[in-house]
Design a protein. Structure first.
Length: 320
């Protein structure tokens, strides 16, 4: 058995040496080749993902979204995390949350010595990936809002070439519109080309962006497509309107992204402040860790804290 392993290793080493020598002789850029291979794999994976989305969303749009669909759409797609982690989906996200829960449960139980309170605290920490994706989604939404007037201007120029809205969408991808809008528009164009209804594709696009100004833009485009209106005039009017809205945002210095991020930071700071207070005062530690009444009170406080965190997450869904 050992001899067989040595023979296989020798063959692999020889093959690697030959390949390395070949690339060296022809002065090939090995990094470029590897990068091209990785990009090809990512494109293939994204193509398969979009094919599944065509089937899934064409079924889901008229129906009610499940919890898994909502997390996939409002967390993963909205955050554009697939640009950095192509295999990100609902199941991989849940796996990360479960691993964080297992890791933090051992730590919190060693500190609190009470299973119910340790479970609640661990659940809060296990939701950190969701909070991060939520912040990324809000950041993307704000970036798109700031660039919306510029994006409409790009669409208007392409509509001057050919008065077709989806032609303009397709051409805008290569016109330097920037991320994350570039990825969202590219996915929408692919979905339409794969057979999904254009109006449903626009609905999916709006749900990914989740911005009130972008929603108005999508509603106007859908109405124009339905009733065959003057697309150039519509785009010109919207461009002027959204430039004025952005000027007002800048004047008032409104930023829902920064507000949400500060709220999450403050809420998690409370946990660490509570831990410091618990460890620094022996009498407090004795009561909350080693007495039944203290353990029950601590569990109640943690549950109320988690309810407050949930309410804040819901409140920050409102737009200015």
């Amino acid at each position: 058995m050992l001899e067989l392993v040595l023979i296989i290793n020798s063959f692999l080493l020889a093959a690697f040496t030959i390949l390395f020598a070949y690339f060296t002789v022809i002065n090939a850029d090995v990094k470029k080749i590897l990068r091209s291979g990785v990009e090809w794999l990512e494109r293939e994976y994204n193509e398969k993902q979009l094919k599944r989305e065509v089937k899934k969303y064409s079924r889901i749009i008229p129906l009610k979204l499940t919890v898994a669909d909502k997390i996939e759409l409002y967390m993963i797609d909205k955050s554009n995390i697939k640009r950095y982690i192509p295999f990100a989906n609902f199941y991989s996200l849940m796996m990360v949350c479960i691993l964080i829960f297992i890791f933090t449960f051992r730590l919190t139980y060693n500190i609190l010595l009470f299973v119910p309170s340790a479970v609640v605290v661990s659940l809060i920490f296990s939701l950190i990936p969701l909070f991060i994706l939520d912040i990324m989604g809000r950041y993307n939404s704000e970036i798109i809002r700031k660039r919306l007037a510029e994006f409409i201007s790009v669409l208007n120029r392409w509509c001057a070439v050919k008065e077709d809205m989806f032609y303009a969408f397709e051409k805008s991808v290569d016109s330097g519109i920037g991320e994350p809008l570039k990825t969202f528009i590219r996915d929408m164009v692919i979905q339409v080309n794969r057979g999904i209804d254009p109006l449903e594709a626009l609905d999916i696009l709006w749900m990914k962006v989740d911005n009130i100004q972008f929603r108005d833009f999508v509603i106007n485009i859908k109405q124009n497509i339905k009733h065959r209106g003057n697309i150039r005039r519509l785009l010109s009017n919207m461009e002027e309107q959204f430039y004025k809205i952005e000027e007002e945002y800048n004047r008032r210095k409104i930023s829902t992204y920064i507000d949400r991020m500060l709220l999450y930071i403050i809420m998690f700071t409370v946990l660490f402040a509570g831990y410091f207070f618990l460890r620094s005062n022996p009498l407090v530690k004795e009561f909350y860790i080693y007495t039944v009444q203290g353990k029950l009170l601590l569990t109640l406080f943690v549950v109320l804290y988690s309810c407050g965190l949930y309410m804040i997450a819901r409140i920050t869904r409102f737009e200015h």
